[in-house]
Design a protein around this ligand. Structure first.
Ligand code: PEP
Length: 253
């Protein structure tokens, strides 16, 4: 069975004090109110990973993730953070290929395939993002583009490795805009992605990969989105920065 996951992408937000307060508040509310066993992940900025991990303690439900890492193992790459550093800090997840990294930092499929490899080599779970910009959807080329992103980033993996991936479908036009995909649009694209995985790796394997939806998920729309057959949870940006709202999203799964 694939896992249900709600991951918060904090992006470049919060001070240390705010980050520890936010994580403490969410953990308190989760312990008091959350009945389900969906995995909850705080994808924090690098400097907050260890402090937030310390606050989480040894919870089996809540963990931390990074938002990126280098494709290089080590060396003269000033400002970069490697997968082996994250491994040494026991960080289980890392987001790769977020549309903001593709758009502002020029990350392409070839680079992301390298990042996927280095992250898997060190035993971390990548949360691989894909999704189309508005103009691509308007040209009705969104299925083709997302399939291509999945192929470029992931299809070099063997069966043993692809099982370890979490995918996040995040239409770029829905990220941070307040414009959520409808449940029907989300389900359609998740089933396109799962079918593509199935054609490459077989149905049994594709049925076991968690595919999260991301793009203006909030407490009001999460239940309907998470109710879709192929939506296994969410990657949540803005709404993950508000404890009460994030917990309501978790309770929607
Ligand atoms: C994201 O950053 O991955 C995201 C989905 O952001 P938001 O929820 O704010 O649209």
């Amino acid at each position: 069975m694939r896992s249900k996951i709600v991951a918060g992408n904090w992006k470049m937000n919060k001070t240390l004090e705010e980050a520890t307060a936010l994580s403490s508040e969410i953990i308190k509310l989760v312990s008091e109110e959350v009945k389900g066993n969906a995995k909850i992940i705080f994808c924090t900025p690098f400097p907050f990973l260890l402090p937030v991990k310390g606050i989480i303690g040894n919870s089996s439900q809540v963990s931390v993730g990074a938002q990126n890492c280098s494709e290089h193992e080590a060396g003269a790459y000033t400002g970069e953070v490697s997968a082996s550093m994250l491994k040494s800090m026991v960080i289980p997840y890392v987001i790769l290929g977020h549309s903001e990294r593709r758009q502002y930092f020029g990350e392409d499929g070839k680079l992301l395939a390298k990042k996927i490899d280095v992250v898997l080599k060190h035993g971390l779970t990548p949360i691989f993002c894909c999704g189309e910009p508005l103009e691509v959807r308007e040209r009705n080329e969104h299925e083709q583009l997302v399939k291509q992103q999945v192929e470029e980033g992931l299809f070099h993996l063997n069966e043993e490795s692809i099982r370890k991936i979490v995918i996040a479908y995040e239409p770029v036009w829905a990220i941070g805009t307040g414009k959520t995909a409808t449940a029907a649009q989300a389900q359609e694209m998740h089933s396109v992605i799962r079918k593509h995985l199935s054609d490459r790796y077989g149905k049994a394997l594709a049925d076991n990969i968690s595919i999260l939806y991301g793009g203006s998920v909030n407490a009001g729309n999460a239940k309907e989105l998470f109710g879709c057959a192929d939506v296994d949870g969410g990657l949540v940006g803005g709404a993950s920065l508000k404890a009460r709202e994030f917990v309501e999203i978790i309770k929607s799964i």
